[in-house]
Design a protein. Structure first.
Length: 78
């Protein structure tokens, strides 16, 4: 039987390869959706950690040469 939504059918086909012992249907769909949600949370956490690392590096002493702000302010219009 063809699933009415081809992208969902394709996702279920891929999930079935990963979990061949899980019967196709609601249980497989729930497992797939749960994994997807967990993956999104993990990706978000990874991005936040990378951003924190960038902030740490850019705010570290020596990240900008001495006098950087003074030089920058001199370029501003009066």
């Amino acid at each position: 039987m063809l699933h009415p939504n081809p992208p969902i059918a394709q996702a279920l086909d891929k999930a079935q390869l990963l979990w061949p012992d899980v019967p196709r249907g609601k249980v497989l769909l729930v497992k797939l959706v749960t994994l997807g949600a967990d993956t999104l949370v993990d990706q978000r956490q990874s991005r936040l950690e990378a951003l924190d690392a960038l902030i740490e590096v850019s705010s570290a002493e020596g990240a900008y040469p001495p006098g950087y702000l003074d030089d920058l302010r001199q370029e501003w219009p009066a």
